[in-house]
Unconditional design. Structure first.
Length: 82
């Protein structure tokens, strides 16, 4: 399943091209894998992300992502009629 760059559903990979969203506690509260993880555990990674965004390192490292409109992050939807 391709995830569009402007996805508004709020699941884990919805903000793949807008990483600053993960710094917002309200956004994290809506993503189960982050909401169920203690803030103390998330703090180092969030600090690193904030620094990478501020210094534009994230943009330099992930310039290829910024050129994409959709991405396959491995999500699959299985449908059955059984």
């Amino acid at each position: 399943m391709l995830v569009p760059h402007d996805c508004t559903d709020g699941f884990g990979a919805a903000y793949w091209r807008r990483p600053h969203a993960y710094l917002d506690p309200k956004v994290r509260a809506g993503i189960s894998m982050l909401a169920q993880t203690g803030e103390d555990s998330l703090a180092p990674g969030l600090a690193a992300l904030a620094d990478d965004l501020e210094t534009r390192r994230w943009h330099d490292r992930h310039a290829d992502l910024l050129a994409l409109d959709t991405i396959d992050v491995g999500y699959r939807l299985l449908v059955t009629d059984v």
